[in-house]
Design a protein around this ligand. Sequence first.
Ligand SMILES: [Mg+2]
Length: 509
Amino acid sequence: MTGSVKFDIGGVPVKRLKLSNLPAKHDFKVVYPRTPGSIDPNNPPWPAFRGYHTYSFANATMGHRLPTILGKAIDDVVQTLNELSDEDMIVDLVKCIERMASLKEELTEHALLRPIVDDGEADVALWNKEIAKYFRGKDFMNAPWLFAEAYKYRRLRECFSISKHWSTYDVFFRQKCDTFSRSNDAVFELSTRFCEPFKQDSKQSSADNLESLRLMFLELTQVCLWGNSTDLSLLINMTEDQIKALQSTGGEALAETEKNILGNHMARLWEVVRDLKRDSLDGTGGRIDFVLDNAGFELYCDCVYADFLLQSGLASTIYFHGKRYPWFVSDVTKKDWEWLLNSMVYGQLFPKATAQEKEGLKRLGLRWKKYVQEGRWVYEQHPFWCTGYTFWEMRNEAPDLFLHLSKSDLVIFKGDLNHRKLTYDCAAPYATSFDVAIGPMASSPGAPRVCSLRTIKSDVVVGLGSAGDGDGEEVGEKLDREEPGWKISGKYAVVLLSEGRPGEEVTFA
Ligand SMILES: [Mg+2]
């Protein structure tokens, strides 16, 4: 009877075919990177990180970190609830808490991803189109980590957006304000240096002035880079002293930390901004865009940097791109932006500060508010930033935004999430050049110059070593062997630049 097991084809019992004359089965591998035509949100150019990969950071985030963040968010709402007296408001908020609790349950039970309820937000269609096309039948753990994590924050938004009284409530607002007011040392370190308007030394030669400008630029680029170390979604277990050590902005610490920038295009970045000043008609520099990451201390560092770029004539206009609603715990919203500028001028966040420190911070805040009034600083919040799409898809899914950025002389993306979205958050080799890793954001006609200032806090790492020489692989593999956790500690960073194809006409198929 061996070799003659019966099975059915269309109800007719047949013998199993032996197939002994056909070629043997080959063990073949998917070739990475995938061809452009076969890339989609569920199939990134290199293998996606997914929550079900045991022992991965994706797994730790989806299985542990996100439920913890949701739990803390519920605690925040309960605190608000306990301070209320109006019944209508109370009942409405209780419903928000119930929706958060069921989201937490869905997360821990690996529920299927369902469409977003139409709450009137500008991004509902973008979300639901992506879910229908690529994530039908997917759950929190088997969808790519980037999408699943973003989706969680959109669902958290929905818990409030469909309420009557609480549609703008930010469960992370208290935490975000706290990190700024607890960063007093670093805040005053910078404000006392920068509150007076920037002047170049008139006795110095122009070559010397340019050199001091270059050195300042490099140091402030590092301040802006390491200001990103305070990402609240990762600091849930950190002590105040640990946060302070991370935020250290002293010169010595900066020289030391440059060693930890594993892919470093800062020298070229300087040439780019220097030429913006040289090549502008009136010598006032170009347009620089910041795609922001975190509120509070990091945003403050970004603004110090942006202030310097304006005053030194390297930039004439700065666009800041924030989020429309609370996102990845600490990301900047319009409210956080206004809170920072106004509390610097009117707030009483630092009761122990000296009169001089308070005055310096106030002057700095007043100058920044003036830039906003004059239109030299512009704050924007395009809905695309709060979607699950990566920036490979920006040209197709948000053509207006791509066109807008194409007019910029330099777009600086801050932080880990923006870096994940630039690189499609997938397992690209360490030595992959930044240009290749960001795909259409480098290769499309009209793509702007793109710079990623990122302290490394998750799995994707590219741009190590010089392009194609293999050194980058060695650097990464050595760290893998010797320093487990190097990709999530925030101790290492990259400053990567893509030249893009600026000036070319943007066309849409
Ligand atoms: Mg963030």
